[in-house]
Design a protein around this ligand. Structure first.
Ligand code: F6P
Length: 543
């Protein structure tokens, strides 16, 4: 296959974007009164309005052609069939198998993995029900009241996001806390006020070697034993593990009977619907968790089967590429108008940037185009009173994904209409702005006119769903997962490894003894790092 920039569609897009850039969305809408109805897509219950993008039908046609020329169809089929598409780790990429219905067949190395997936789900369900009902007793015979998930990255961000997003459906007499940071205060705050006799720790780590998680798990064990009189037998009643590494789990002292497994073909950032979601399942109950999986699966099927022109994740992935590569847009803002989705942008940051923050192709050659943009965001309307100023009038082009729901989970007076009026107003303001003539017509003084002009022509997508249910959350996450996949395929990069996190980890391991050593260690770093280490050793209080 030709390098991306040599493909005919890329060349055509390079020429085409020169024609599109001077066009204003005002003109595009004026020329096509049906644009707002036409440039929409509905799939699996999610409605996407992409009309407020700086595109024409020709743009979409060329982007779709680029997807074809990039072999997207074959890559999708390869992923779903269990091929080892994570070539730098020689692994299949099968998060789609985590939500495949019972009875489906997905082969990895000739073995159907779906029965194993369902066996783990059943084991999780039985355990979750025991904790939820009070049947699972702690070491002193008290039922569990507090569930603390210890994990980081994909072993934290998904569980936290899902818990926050679906808190409305959670069992309210259980307390859920999440510890991720190796900063000890994260652990201290997460266990503040908890009774060890009523606390269950879920140690979530795919590898069971991650420094942050293991440090926190050791502190948790010490905290528990301190609180329960020091009998090591207490660990079995208060610790369970979620991991792919049974050996390390058992070495830590957790009975592997209390381990919930998953597989090397589940990437950390694609694991919230595996056993890593155990805390979510305890919070929501097995039925809601399975409904969420069904939502994921519906989007998977749509992605796998729908023609690209009607394929939600494909379209969103292509639009992201359009701005990143042809408009030099460096970021994408994800702006959910649903307070429960407050951790959704943070979750997406790992999903998108750990996946596609790459600069070499699958063949190991440096890319000569931009790859993943920076994802960021906050829920509306809060962001409107913070950073939206820059999106409206700053010098950066920031494509926005607005996410909104037609119905509130618990309607409260006029709140929801006001919330929705705001999300609609924002995308309208961004697209159409306000001209100098309009500002002058309001009687604004000449000196102030330039300050009050909104240039507009700032692109956005609006995703509208019925209400935030477990099923809809599954669909939303799968939508972004497959959009990221689409981008990765077109950029010819591997979205499923993360070598970029290794160097810092290794250097930290070398620095730890240099900070802790009682004797003055011989430092062989650069002069800045050496100096900072010396400063730290001088400044820190004796422990
Ligand atoms: O940050 C690197 C990373 O490997 C992530 O990809 C992963 O989600 C996270 O660390 C946690 O890894 P583990 O689940 O093995 O503790």
């Amino acid at each position: 296959m030709k390098d991306l920039t040599k493909r005919p569609a890329w060349k055509a897009l390079s020429a085409h974007c020169k024609k599109i850039k001077p066009l204003h969305l005002r003109k595009l809408f004026a020329a096509d009164p049906k644009r707002g109805q036409r440039m929409t897509l509905e799939a699996a219950g999610l409605f996407l309005d992409y009309s407020k993008n700086r595109i024409t039908d020709k743009t979409i046609q060329l982007l779709l052609q680029l997807a074809e020329e990039s072999g997207l169809r074959e890559r999708i089929d390869a992923m779903f069939s269990g091929a080892k598409i994570n070539i730098t780790e020689n692994r299949a990429v099968l998060h789609v198998a985590l939500r495949a219905p019972k009875g489906a067949t997905i082969l990895v190395d000739g073995k159907n993995v779906v029965p194993e997936v369902h066996a783990v789900l059943d084991k999780m369900s039985a355990f979750a029900n025991r904790v939820r009902s009070g049947d699972w007793k702690g070491f002193t015979g008290k039922p569990i009241k507090n569930v603390v998930n210890i994990g980081i990255g994909g072993s934290d961000l998904g569980p936290v996001m899902a818990y926050e997003a679906l808190k409305y459906y959670s069992q309210r007499d259980l307390v859920f806390r999440f510890v991720s940071n190796v900063d000890g205060m994260d652990f201290v705050e997460a266990t503040q006020g908890l009774n060890p006799a009523e606390t269950l720790f879920i140690v979530s780590s795919k590898t069971f070697t991650t420094m942050e998680t293991m440090t926190n798990a050791e502190s948790a064990r010490a905290w528990l034993l301190r609180g329960l009189g020091g009998d090591a037998k207490a660990v079995a009643k208060h610790f369970v593990a979620v991991s792919t590494n049974a050996e390390k789990v058992s070495k830590f002292g957790i009975d592997t009977a209390n381990m919930f497994g998953f597989w090397d073909w589940v990437g950390g950032r694609y694991s919230m619907d595996s056993a890593i979601g155990l805390s979510s399942m305890i919070a929501l109950g097995p039925d809601n968790f399975r409904t969420m999986l069904d939502g994921f699966h519906q989007m998977d099927e749509h992605f796998r089967a729908a023609p690209f022109a009607k394929n939600l994740p494909v379209l969103m992935g292509l639009l992201t590429l359009w701005y990143a590569d042809f408009f030099d847009a460096q970021t994408v803002a994800v702006l959910p108008y649903e307070n429960y989705l407050k951790r959704f942008p943070a979750y997406l940051q790992q999903l998108t940037m750990e996946s596609n923050g790459k600069s070499v192709t699958l063949g190991g050659k440096p890319v000569n185009y931009e790859t993943s943009p920076i994802y960021w965001g906050e829920p509306g309307t809060n962001g409107q009173h913070s950073f939206y100023q820059l999106i409206h009038q700053g010098t950066h082009l920031i494509p926005c994904d607005f996410i909104a729901f037609a119905n509130a989970l618990a309607p409260l007076g006029r709140h929801h209409d006001i919330l929705l009026a705001n999300v609609l107003a924002q995308s309208e303001a961004l697209a159409f702005g306000k001209t100098a003539e309009q500002v002058r017509a309001e009687g604004v003084s000449a000196a102030l006119v330039p300050h009050k002009v909104f240039e507009g022509n700032r692109p956005s997508n609006t995703i509208l769903a019925d209400r935030l249910t477990p099923e809809v959350l599954g669909k939303l996450v799968a939508l972004y997962e497959h959009s990221v996949f689409t981008q990765g395929v077109l950029w010819s990069i591997n979205p499923f490894d993360q070598w970029g996190v290794e160097l810092g980890k290794a250097l930290a391991q070398a620095i730890i003894p240099e900070l802790e050593s009682p004797a003055n260690p011989k430092l062989t770093h650069d002069s800045s790092t050496n100096n900072l280490i010396k400063r730290y050793r001088k400044m820190r209080a004796a422990v």
